[in-house]
Write a protein that binds this ligand. Structure first.
Ligand code: ATP
Ligand code: FE2
Length: 340
């Protein structure tokens, strides 16, 4: 194995938990040298895990090559290879893990399996300077409020059924909306919501610190069929109701932990209305709302590379025979030796 000083050490990180295959390169000091992403876009409907995995296998070598060329490092300069070991879709995770294992063995460098949810938090901290935030992570597959406590990131609240992004995407498809110019469905809903004025009463379901979105989605689907309301008003009401639920839980986590920073991440973090709501509760609790550049809120290889650096420099390595993927790997299962 190679032994290198931090100044000339690089981690290459591979992300493949869902529809993105992405490769990032980070120095051991946290300079992101490359963050290349290739997204699988289904012809229709949601993500088919095996089709997405096939896409990842097809683009892997090109994305890797581009990451090397962008970062201007050579394969022999890589000191560690990290990969998203879970949670995520089995076939997609396995494709990324296979590429990571092959690369680590070929280069004869250590392999580090990274928890995808923790990687979102760590890149958010790196890019905003946040030290100890409450994080709301909202994407197509995840809806989690987390914060660090006693050696681990803990889940303070989460969805009991579908993820927030998934709720927006399914609604948009049911409503017959289209993704023009590759715009995510969530952004299409956001544009329409901006024109909505009437707040239609919808199921609001916060149970303890958790939320449930399936009742809301069912109610909306039924309203769509009745054609009583303007689509703009439905989008507006969907956003107001669902975003209020996640904001309520985030605010309670903030009040309970008394932390002074709030991170908003995941694809849904791009939403301006949600940003405003989270910013408002942060201000009420004298906490800093930390805005992450959009490139780093969506699934990306850079977050995996940087978390690989943190883990590896604190003694974490994943032997090949322990590098099986973990489809339901929860973030509180991971010990975090790099946070004081
Ligand atoms: P993960 O694997 O972390 O669950 P993902 O595969 O869903 O992530 P992301 O890019 O993090 O990928 O998130 C995609 C989600 O973000 C989709 O549900 C999409 O509709 C939603 N989204 C994107 N832009 C917006 C927006 N402006 N407003 C609301 N939702 C958005
Ligand atoms: Fe993600």
């Amino acid at each position: 194995m190679k032994d290198k000083k931090a100044s000339d050490s690089y981690c290459l990180g591979i992300e493949s938990t869902a529809d993105d295959f992405s490769v990032g390169v980070s120095t051991f000091k946290g300079r992101i040298l490359a963050n290349i992403r290739s997204q699988y876009v289904p012809v229709e409907g949601g993500i088919h895990p095996r089709e997405a995995a096939r896409h990842h296998a097809e683009v892997a070598s090109n994305v890797l090559e581009e990451a090397f060329s962008k970062s201007k490092i050579k394969p022999k300069n890589v000191s560690v290879v990290s990969f998203s070991q879970g949670p995520g879709l089995g076939p997609c995770l396995r494709t990324g893990a296979t590429v990571a294992r092959a690369l680590a063995s070929y280069l004869n460098v250590p392999l580090v399996g990274v928890n995808h949810c923790i990687a979102h938090v760590e890149i958010g901290k790196l890019k905003t300077g946040a030290k100890d935030p409450v994080t709301l992570y909202v994407s197509g597959g995840n809806t989690i409020v987390s914060a660090f406590d006693s050696g681990r990131y803990r889940v303070f609240g989460e969805t009991l059924d579908i993820a927030l992004g998934n709720c927006l995407d399914v609604f948009a498809r049911e409503a017959g909306l289209h993704q023009t110019e590759g715009k995510p469905f969530g952004a299409v809903v956001e544009d329409l919501a901006a024109k909505g004025k009437n707040l239609i009463p919808l199921p609001y379901s916060v149970k303890g610190m958790d939320i449930s979105l399936s009742g809301l989605l069912t109610a909306l689907t039924n309203l769509l069929k009745r054609r009583e309301y303007k689509l703009e008003d439905l989008c507006y009401s969907l956003q107001e109701t669902a975003f209020s639920m996640v904001t309520e839980v985030t605010e309670r986590a903030l009040a309970h932990t008394e932390k002074k920073e709030v991170l908003l991440t995941g694809g849904v973090a791009a939403n301006k209305r949600l940003q405003l709501m989270i910013k408002a509760i942060a201000e009420e609790h004298d906490a800093r709302f930390c805005a992450i550049p959009s490139e780093f809120v969506v699934d990306n290889g850079a977050m995996v590379a940087w978390t690989g650096v943190l883990a590896y420099t604190h003694g974490v390595v994943t032997p090949i025979d322990k590098s099986f993927v973990k489809l339901r790997w929860r973030l509180e299962e991971v010990e975090i030796p790099w946070v004081e």
